[in-house]
Write a protein of this length. Structure first.
Length: 224
C-alpha cells in the first residue's frame, strides 16, 4: 500500500507560502491547518489564503479544519479546489451529510478525532469518508510532543477499515518525525502530517523523502 507524506505549512514561512511549498516537491499533499480560535485556542489562515495558494501551486491541498461550524464552512474549501477537506467529528453537527456534500463537490472527505475522542465515534462514518485523521497531539499548536497513547487507536481504526474492506486512508498529525513515523506506520497509518520535522530541517524535501522511506518500512510490518 502507498504511504503519503503531507507536510504542514503551519511551521513554514506564512508570508511566502507558494515558495515554501516549492521547497517540498516530493510531498504528496500540502497540509493546511485552518484554526478559528474557537474550536482550538489558536488562529491561523482561512479561505482567502487557501484560494490564493490553490492558484499558486500545483501540489494537492489537504485542508484540516480545526474550526467550529464545519458544516457551514467546509464546503467552501472544496469549492476553492482543495483535493481533501477534513473536519472534526467533535465539531460537526451532521457529519454524514457534510461528508457527502464534500464528496459531491469532488473533494476527498476526511474526519478527524482528537486524542481523547474514542474511535467508536468514527466507526459509523467509515463508509462515508475517504480518510480518518487521528490527532497525535492536542490540536491547536505545532511542535508538540507525540502522544503514544494514540497508537492503539490507529491500530483499532486500521482493523475496522480492513474488516470492512474499505480504501479509507488513515492519517496521523502531531509530533510526526523520524523518531515516531515508523511506529505510526506499524500501527496502521498510511498518511503522515509532519510540520516541524520538515520545515526545520536543513533540506525539507530530503526530510520528506526520509519520512516516506521510514513510513514505508514501518507499514510493511503492519499486521493488518
Amino acid at each position: 500500500m502507498t504511504v503519503r507524506i503531507t507536510p504542514s505549512i503551519l511551521n513554514a514561512d506564512l508570508a511566502n507560502l507558494a515558495a515554501e511549498v516549492g521547497r517540498i516537491p516530493s510531498a504528496d499533499f500540502v497540509h493546511v491547518d485552518v484554526m478559528d480560535n474557537h474550536f482550538v485556542p489558536n488562529l491561523t489562515i482561512g479561505l482567502p489564503v487557501v484560494e490564493s495558494l490553490r492558484a499558486s501551486v500545483s501540489t494537492p491541498l489537504d485542508i484540516h479544519l480545526m474550526i467550529a461550524e464545519p458544516d457551514r464552512w467546509a464546503p467552501g474549501y472544496a469549492e476553492a479546489g482543495a483535493e481533501s477537506v477534513t473536519f472534526h467529528v467533535e465539531a460537526a453537527h451532521a457529519p454524514v451529510r457534510l461528508a457527502r456534500e464534500l464528496r459531491a463537490k469532488g473533494t476527498r472527505a476526511g474526519v478527524a478525532l482528537n486524542p481523547g475522542t474514542p474511535v467508536e465515534m468514527v466507526g459509523p462514518l467509515l463508509g462515508e469518508v475517504d480518510m480518518v485523521l487521528l490527532m497525535t497531539v492536542e490540536p491547536g499548536f505545532g511542535g508538540q510532543k507525540f502522544l503514544d497513547l494514540v497508537l492503539p487507536k490507529i491500530a483499532a481504526v486500521r482493523k475496522q477499515v480492513t474488516a470492512a474492506g474499505l480504501a479509507v486512508w488513515i492519517q496521523v498529525d502531531g509530533g510526526v518525525s523520524v523518531e515516531t513515523v515508523e511506529r505510526c506506520a506499524e500501527a496502521g497509518a498510511d498518511t503522515f502530517v509532519a510540520g516541524s520535522a520538515v520545515y526545520r530541517a536543513d533540506d525539507p524535501d530530503a526530510m520528506v523523502r526520509e519520512l516516506s522511506s521510514l513510513a514505508a518500512a514501518g507499514f510493511a510490518r503492519c499486521g493488518h
